[in-house]
Design a protein around this ligand. Structure first.
Ligand code: PHE
Ligand code: NA
Length: 454
């Protein structure tokens, strides 16, 4: 077997890989999106389905992505091609990498808009804008922000520059250094905030909402959203984890590493829910409030509580860090590919990519103001980008990666790369990646289609 080297560098050790991949996984998906989609889809039943998808579909596909990345040792586009060739298959599998890169751009564009709101709220909290205000006023603050394209543009620009700066530094001086600083800070902040939320609000009601299983609350729509979110939250289906896996040291076990990442991501989502819903209920607000949940409900609560200005500020710093470390992984696959393909330096590559996502982001942020009339399949641009990536492109990308790892790769390659000691565990992975994951994704797509047409 050829032992390839990665020209971009590699993580110092297995733990750095875990932290970097967790940095990619833990993001707005956990803290902003998960609580509000759980709220919109009725809570407990949605959460259960989501957890099943994480375990049965997300974890095996994440293993597949790391496997292919580490085998290929290049950007996802080139790794897919190389590994396909190694398995005597068509180099056209690189298309999966291309689709992923496209999904990465599209996700970045609306991700950066929400991250911009977060930055605006960091400033607002520091400024004491939310002290002692009611939910009506808080709603007005949020809606005024959305209606102001100039403010949105400034914060969006700041976020794109922050991300570019890190990706420019490359794997060791950029991604790894950022990981070493951001991730410990993120975990400390999360613990502080959990402790804080437990002392306030209706904790029990929040727990009940998240874990009370009522199957009648479940629609096919909700199942599609849960499936899409399990890909989105684990950063699957677009090459981010494949790229990070290509920097993974040889010899580190893929299975236990991936389990750790998925567990950390799930814990953060549940903790975020447990921090947010008690506050929602304590203020008799609506858990199904949608994307504004975190930006209207929480500031009101923080504004009422002792120490709320500090904790509110820390909360939005936490969300900002989480968004930043995720967005880095949205840009990395395309950046790595451009370096490989054109032999360019990282700096010009990142400037080019930054400009592209900056322009796309403008389209996304205009959905809330000057472009609010534009509708794509009945959705505004922002909602459409979210829907088409999370609920269509990522599950499809994951489906292809699953078929690739399960059916195209020889067992010799996957067994050798996964290096699972217990034969039963490898057999389980093979069943999940060959049958369970592809069939689950395909079935949910088809059933949703039938539902929509019928
Ligand atoms: N996993 C990130 C989150 O939960 C989003 C993301 C998706 C990041 C895909 C990279 C790739 O917020
Ligand atoms: Na996530």
């Amino acid at each position: 077997m050829k032992d390839r080297q990665n020209i971009h560098g590699s993580w110092a050790n297995r733990w750095i890989f875990i932290l970097a991949a967790t940095g990619s996984a833990v993001g707005l998906g956990n803290i902003w999106k998960f609580p509000y989609i759980a709220g919109e889809n009725g809570g407990g039943a949605f959460v259960l389905v989501y957890l099943l998808f994480i375990l049965g579909v997300g974890v095996p596909i994440m293993m597949a992505e790391v496997l292919v990345g580490r085998r290929g040792r290049q950007s996802p586009i080139n790794s897919m091609r190389e590994v396909a060739i190694e398995a005597n298959h068509s180099p056209k599998w690189a298309i999966v990498g291309w689709m992923g890169a496209l999904a990465g751009f599209l996700i970045f564009s609306f991700y950066s808009v929400v991250a911009g709101w977060v930055l605006a709220y960091v400033a607002g909290m520091a400024n004491g804008d939310f002290l002692d205000i009611g939910s009506e006023q808080a709603g007005k603050v949020f809606n005024d922000l959305l209606a102001d394209p100039q403010a949105l543009l400034i914060w969006h620009t700041v976020f794109v520059v922050l991300v570019m700066t890190v990706v420019m530094g490359g794997v060791n001086k950029g991604l790894e250094r950022a990981t070493r600083i951001m991730m410990p800070a993120l975990f400390v902040l999360l613990l502080v905030l959990l402790g804080y939320s437990m002392t306030t609000g209706s904790f029990g009601e929040g727990v009940d909402f998240l874990f009370h299983f009522d199957p009648s609350a479940l629609s096919w729509d909700a199942v599609l959203v849960a499936l899409g979110h399990s890909f989105f939250t684990l950063s699957l289906g677009m090459g981010a984890i494949m790229a990070y896996g290509s920097y993974m040291p040889k010899g580190a076990s893929i299975g236990s590493t991936v389990m750790t990442i998925a567990a950390l991501d799930t814990i953060v989502a549940l903790v975020a829910g447990l921090a947010i819903f008690p506050i929602v209920f304590a203020n008799s607000l609506d858990p199904g409030a949608g994307p504004g949940l975190m930006f209207i409900t929480l500031p009101v609560a923080f504004g009422q509580m002792p120490g709320g200005q500090i904790f509110g500020f820390l909360f939005f710093v936490l969300v900002g860090l989480a968004a930043w470390s995720s967005a880095i992984s949205l840009m990395e696959p395309a950046a790595a590919w451009m370096v490989e393909r054109f032999g360019m330096k990282r700096a010009p590559v990142c400037v080019i990519l930054g400009i592209v996502v900056w322009i796309l982001g403008i389209a996304a942020l205009s959905s809330f103001n000057i472009g609010s009339d534009i509708a794509l399949f009945g959705m505004n641009i922002f909602d459409f980008l979210d829907f088409i990536t999370a609920n269509v492109m990522l599950p499809l990308g994951g489906l292809f990666v699953a078929c690739f790892a399960g059916w195209v790769l020889t067992k010799q390659i996957s067994q050798n790369e996964l290096a699972i000691k217990r034969p039963g565990v490898y057999a389980l992975w093979l069943v999940l990646i060959r049958y369970v994951a592809p069939l689950a994704v395909a079935a949910i797509f088809i059933l949703n289609l039938i539902e929509k047409l019928g």
